[in-house]
Ligand binder design. Structure first.
Ligand code: PLP
Length: 386
């Protein structure tokens, strides 16, 4: 293994915790609040649109950048929700989920030895993608209770080798949503040091207070930002893996060049269905948010009653808790024992950190599950109190 340079670079990165915990959930009959995928499908008419696309014969390789209808729908979505204008032909690229968009963007834009600043804790593919590009990740740690971005820490992280800032808002796993001031601080640093920003906004429609603000909408940012999103979380079809990039023609072309040799294309019939999904009325998007907000409140209240310290998320599918009030200190040990103790699976936040001390006592639960599943998990967790 040591002779394989890529394996060496990836060693110890990423996490097997999701697979391990899902297997443990099955083996113990646990309620799985680990991985973030809904247990209810998205809109029936969108599923029907995918079936219709298959029946209509949209089953061969779609165009490399994505089908024109979907690129147009993405451009219209950015205009409608954020007032951002993108040319569907040169400034929109369809990808195999946000995951491929992140990989293609980092591979396209990071040279070996370049430094990439990322908000820690981070979604696990970030570290692996930076390593695959030969880059060096430089974490800026978000800390409880607010998981706010420390602008001074961000400034201190910049060096002459910094190439880009990899942003994620709303933020997984903390549920933080960058405020106007925090976004402005990122923009100021990026402009001052002429940095690129790659921003993962897959939870853009799951902001529970206020509205999502793409960093690309700040002055000076459109020309240096690669914005990434996907259909998975917004339409509850995570398995379809339809994602997209919006950026300048030059940056979009760079990402497309990497994407071309990763998957080339994906999901032809699903691209048609997601083009229809992006045109659903506003009430769909607000309904999704309101429903998830209600689930957040249900789980947050219950976890607090059990005795967890709950850091109320302002967005995403996830609640981060501190287990210290339960007399626990090690989130990983706690999560490994929890299925046996009371039949619930959660994820230790430490797997998303380089700076493991900062995440040791934190545990993440997802609330994108049916109400009865959340209630059952809370009933089981209540036994921890006795
Ligand atoms: C922050 C973040 N980015 C990207 C993804 C993956 O998105 P996709 O399924 O579209 O590849 C996830 C999924 O959990 C996520 O939480």
């Amino acid at each position: 293994m040591g002779r394989n340079p890529l394996t060496r670079r990836l060693q110890g990165l990423g996490t097997t915790i999701f697979a391990e915990m899902s297997a443990l959930a099955l083996a113990t009959g646990s309620v799985n609040l680990g991985q973030g995928f809904p247990d209810t499908d998205g809109p029936a008419e969108i599923a029907e649109a995918a079936v219709a696309a298959i029946r209509q014969g949209h089953n061969q390789y779609p165009p490399g950048p994505g089908i024109p209808e979907l690129r147009l729908a993405v451009a219209e979505h950015q205009k409608h929700f954020y007032g951002l204008s993108y040319d569907p032909d040169s400034e929109v690229l369809v990808t195999a989920g946000a995951t491929e968009a992140i990989a293609a963007a980092v591979l396209a834009l990071v040279e070996p030895g370049d430094e990439v600043i990322a908000l820690e804790p981070y979604y696990d593919s970030y570290a692996a993608c930076i390593a695959m590009a030969g880059g060096i990740r430089v974490p800026v740690t978000l800390r409880p209770p607010d998981f706010a971005l420390d602008a001074a820490a961000l400034r201190a992280a910049v060096s002459p080798r910094t190439r880009l800032i990899l942003l994620n808002t709303p933020h997984n796993p903390t549920g933080a949503v960058l405020s106007a001031d925090e976004l402005a601080a990122v923009a100021e640093v990026a402009v001052e040091h002429d940095l690129l920003v790659v921003t993962d906004e897959v939870y853009e429609h799951l902001v529970f207070a206020g509205t999502h603000v793409p960093i690309a909408s700040l002055p000076g940012m459109a020309e240096r930002t690669v914005t990434i999103s996907s259909a998975g979380k917004t339409f509850s079809f995570t398995g379809w893996k339809i994602g997209w990039v919006t950026s300048t023609p030059e940056l979009t072309a760079a990402v497309r060049t990497a994407k071309q040799f990763l998957t080339y294309v994906n999901g032809a019939p699903f691209q048609h269905a997601i083009a229809a999904a992006l045109r659903l009325p506003d009430s769909y998007f607000t309904g999704l948010r309101d429903n998830l907000r209600r689930k957040r409140d249900l789980l947050a209240r219950g976890l607090a009653e059990v005795g967890f310290e709950v850091y109320e998320p302002r967005g995403t599918y996830f609640i981060t808790t501190d287990i210290t009030p339960l007399g626990e200190t090690d989130g990983e040990a706690f999560c490994r024992a929890l299925p046996h103790r009371c039949g619930v699976v959660a994820i230790p936040n430490v797997v998303f950190y380089d700076n493991t001390e900062a995440g040791r006592n934190l545990v993440r639960f997802t609330f994108c599950k049916r109400d009865e599943v959340l209630t059952e998990a809370l009933n089981r967790l209540a036994t921890l109190r006795t």
